[in-house]
Write a protein that binds this ligand. Sequence first.
Ligand code: NDP
Length: 478
Amino acid sequence: EQAEIGLIGLGVMGSNLALNIAEKGNRIAVFNRTPARTGEFYEEAGSLKDNIVPCETIEDFVAAIRPPRPIIIMIKAGAPVDEQMALLEPHLQQNDIMIDAGNANFRDTMRRFDALKDSGLTFIGMGVSGGEEGARHGPSIMVGGTEASWKRVEKVLTSIAAQYHGEPCVAWLGENGAGHFVKTIHNGIEYADMQMIAEIYGILRDGLKMDAAEIAAVFAGWNRGRLNSYLIEITAKVLEAADPIGGRPIVDMILDKAGQKGTGKWSVIEAQNMGVPATAIEAAVAARSISALKDEREAAEKVLGLPAVPPLAVSDKAAFIKDLENALLAAKIGAYAQGFAVMAAASREFGWSLPMPTIAKIWRAGCIIRSQFLDEITTAFTRDPHVANLIVTPAFAAMVRETDGALRRVVSTAVLGGLPVPALAAALGYFDSYRRGRGTANIIQAQRDFFGAHGFDRIDGADSHHGPWGSGLGTGAA
Ligand code: NDP
């Protein structure tokens, strides 16, 4: 019996995805560049062996799969994917489908898709979220490619995806790079979510001088409320964990230097390319970059010292912690609104027709940003799929009005206390500028016209395109 699907790359993600596929009753052929790993994987597969066809050569692997062959490539992103595709291509036939399931830059996906256009082969760029655990027991899956290729893999992918109250967290989102683009923005939002949590943690630790166990209790409590989400849940768990060496809270032993692999940065670059403000995500990416400057930060603290400010002015601790909860919710709304706005712009730019309610739906379970909150976003976008911004949907406008006061109090308290809250402040700045009909860009336009004769529109619609600047006009200086 031929396999329904193939998978190349038995690393952490690939192995778990293959076991998940086999467990759901799909026969799968597997291949790994280093054949020893294939044997090892097969031996560890236990009762799932019956559904797994381990292959040592590409020829055997391809022959084991039912045509048209869907082949998942789950290897290190970047050049390795191009190398693997080039090795695989000569063995494939008309309508076979190469599926890149790694964290590809969607621009690479677009390029790979185009390169195969006239070959008779097809390509799917597939975003997979949920880490190791998700891959094994149910990830969120974002698919980009032709509708025909999606039809070929729909059944298998639906069988392995996470479920939210019985609804599978997988969908075809559009042609070529759509799936990897949406995965990128998922990660951008994830960066913002994580950074905002880190800023709140900083206020609790450095402002309120709470220890890890006390902060864990705060997050655990929030996880039972409106902030209920995987990231809040694991934050509480992380804060509770003890260091095996010495027994102190493990978080207190971890170096404050964050890594990044590129998806956050890509989100911000693409947002900027399209002129979409994604300030909370930008702040989160920049915060990771600042975190990486550990030596410089330590040197700067010696030169500048910490801000010379009085301790945090908090008279009612319980009320302030309630404010922190609402502030986090408000800021989170800002970050998601920005992420969805970036996707809406990309949908127009790349001609994808990205289905916003569906994207929110397939993020409700399986992925890292999964939460109750995404169900509320699903409802809002289902009611109004073409709304300009999430924060002007009735439900979210009400939530912003209810919680932005807390965000304002928290940001100002933190700022006066000398604590950095760049992502929370970015979300607040976004609300405050987005909701203000009359902004301050009139002065920018005047300046631009003054030094560069760029011209401006008038509020009365009258037809004067330049200001009365006299000799300053048109000096041509940039
Ligand atoms: P790695 O990125 O470390 O990939 C390991 C696998 O890649 C191994 O099977 C390895 O084969 C193979 N490989 C590396 N280089 C090549 C090459 N040039 N040609 C062929 N095969 C190669 O492991 P992960 O499983 O963590 O990640 C896989 C992909 O999934 C990445 O794109 C990652 O960004 C993405 N991803 C990861 C998540 C995670 O939580 N880890 C979550 C979501 C996506 P060999 O055994 O021969 O070395």
